[in-house]
Ligand binder design. Structure first.
Ligand code: SAM
Ligand code: TMP
Ligand code: ZN
Length: 405
């Protein structure tokens, strides 16, 4: 049992993945001696319903100069962020001299389009390597962790923000109170704070347990986000479903009373009540499905090994650290993981130490079976790798259950 990071209530643990490595720290050697591990366990707050990790990893261990994730790494996300920027340019950023702040701008996938339109902007990004990539594209970036003090400094230097935006970042930040206090200090009176993150409702529906790893501290729902915002004089005024990263929700937050609350908020809250996202029994059921999926996956991989099939994986995703380490999938079951990210190639996956190889090698000799670790990009990958299936190759997926395509 631990104390809720949002409301101080009691958090009931519902799943313990045990000792896990940091999901984005790839190893230089196949048998490293100094790897960092922590206990990955997840629970639900009995008071405010916020689903959260039981233990927090110090932020500097995860977000630093060598943080390897690149937002622009997939065509799906490049297209997504261009669309986000253009929507802002046509809606919230049409007043006199508008200003937008992005929390966790990464390589500038979204802010590039804002910069090209000549709009005042600032990205706040603690990971120096990716921040430099954004800067090289002309994006204004402050290398810092966003929190209340940073927000106050930005407000003093640049004035209020009409839009504060964050994608796949707020769920990474345990100090949510400081984030909301910072948003409150920086946001224009009629401004909006929008953020999008993997949706708890989808994780429960799809049993996509690999969304649970060190960086994902919170698993938001409309219900838990509304309750958290209200503690800071802010209101959830809109929600939008997004197809990316296995199903996300985008939350629009404004100062209480400054904007009407949309019908979608009421609709999603009602759906969450029906899905019983507040009920401990829902999470016990999820726990049982996680155990079953892992057993099925390992059984399949062992069978394939016994039959002498060559099995590899596609996408050295952060998510796959949980799958590989919890299920015990190492180089004996999956000989290599192919990935397009140069920074990951030549290294070994966290914890289980599967070699990460350049994608070109996947194409040189097709394997018999490929475990799709990057299942959140399945549409993009299956389309561009159609030659693999045409030549008899098979994909293995484990969400929502283990199946072969
Ligand atoms: N927004 C990008 C996207 O959706 O592709 C990047 C998402 S990446 C998974 C999370 C990013 O949040 C990382 O670039 C990390 O450095 C950044 N981050 C973590 N804590 C932060 C904080 N307190 N303030 C700002 N950015 C933070
Ligand atoms: P993530 O799930 O942690 O965001 O990481 C996605 C990883 O998948 C990233 O390392 C890039 C990789 N990837 C490929 O190798 N090929 C692809 O076609 C796509 C879309 C992603
Ligand atoms: Zn709580």
């Amino acid at each position: 049992m631990s104390e809720c990071r949002v409301c101080g209530g009691v958090v009931d643990e519902f799943f313990d993945f045990g000792r896990q490595p940091l999901s984005d720290v790839f190893c230089k050697e196949a048998a490293p001696s100094d790897e960092f591990f922590f206990r990955l366990a997840v629970g639900v707050c009995g008071s405010c319903t916020m689903v959260q990790l039981m233990e927090e990893v110090p932020r500097e261990r995860m977000f630093h100069e060598d943080y390897p994730y690149r937002s622009s790494g997939s065509a799906t996300m490049r297209g997504h962020f261009e669309k986000v920027a253009h929507t802002f340019l046509q809606t919230e950023l049409t007043g006199p001299d508008p200003f937008i702040v992005e929390i966790g701008c990464n390589d500038g996938a979204m802010l590039r389009s804002i910069q090209e339109a000549g709009i005042r902007h600032l990205g706040v990004e603690p990971s120096g390597g990716v921040a430099d990539v954004a800067r090289a594209a002309g994006v204004q970036v402050r290398t810092a962790f966003f929190e209340e003090s940073t927000a106050r400094e930005i407000a003093a230097e640049h004035g209020p923000a009409n839009v504060i935006y964050a994608a796949n970042t707020i769920c990474h930040i345990p100090y949510l109170g400081s984030i909301f206090a910072g948003v409150s200090a920086l946001l224009a009176d009629d401004g909006v704070f929008l953020f999008e993150d993997p949706y708890l409702g989808e994780i429960v529906k799809r049993a996509s347990f690999d969304q649970i790893y060190d960086e994902h501290f919170y698993f938001f729902s409309a219900h838990s986000v509304r309750a958290a915002a209200r503690r800071f004089g802010l209101e959830l005024v809109d929600v939008e479903r997004l197809p990316v990263h296995g199903g996300e929700l985008r939350y629009t937050i404004a100062r209480s009373g400054s904007r009407p609350v949309s019908a979608m908020v009421t609709e999603v809250l009602a759906e969450e009540a029906e899905q019983r996202l507040h009920d401990p029994a829902t999470f016990q059921d999820l726990a049982a499905r996680i155990r079953r999926n892992c057993q099925d996956l390992v059984t399949l991989l062992r069978e394939l090994k016994d039959k002498g099939r060559r099995v590899v994986a596609y996408g050295a995703t952060a998510k796959s650290a949980t799958v590989a380490n919890y299920c015990g999938i190492g180089p004996d079951l999956v000989s290599a993981v192919y990935d397009i990210t140069p920074e990951k190639q030549g290294l070994y996956t966290p914890g289980m130490h599967i070699p990460v190889r350049p994608m070109e090698e996947f194409h040189t000799t097709y394997p018999d079976y490929t475990l799709l670790f990057a299942w959140n990009f399945a549409d993009e990958i299956l389309a561009k790798e159609s030659g693999y299936r045409d030549s008899g190759g098979k994909w293995i997926l484990y969400v929502p259950d283990v199946h072969v395509l």
